[in-house]
Write a protein that binds this ligand. Sequence first.
Ligand SMILES: [Zn+2]
Length: 149
Amino acid sequence: MERFTFEDMRKIDRKTLGKEVPLELFRAIRLIGMREGLPLEGRGTTASIGRKIGESLPVSTLEDLLDHFAALQIGLPRIVYRDDKLIRIVVEDCFCKGLPLMEGKKVCDLEGAILEGALGRIMERKVSVRETKCNVSGDEHCEYEVRIY
Ligand SMILES: [Zn+2]
């Protein structure tokens, strides 16, 4: 299979519309297309897609990854806890901020899977990322728990 790399994604040559697309398009792909168009609200597929994107990111450290996460305007991540087996990452200004509240719903699983794919590759360990807080469920920010095995 001929593949695109993440570097290819940066090759943009649009004369008039440039390199940005509005956040509502990203949200529509994520929260209408993927959640409604795929089985189980897209859960398994979303995890595969996110991990694949994460593995393709040109990053080599956790700090580098978090810089990329911010540069891609997914949200502004910061580490609030870290030891050998666990990292907690808070995300402010997440792409989901401002959406209507839905009790018990967390919608930033793809973004967590991106972290999972990238961290697994960087650390050469099995890593699992779980979304523990989300703006959509009424939390004060989005938050991920990273477990390192
Ligand atoms: Zn979020």
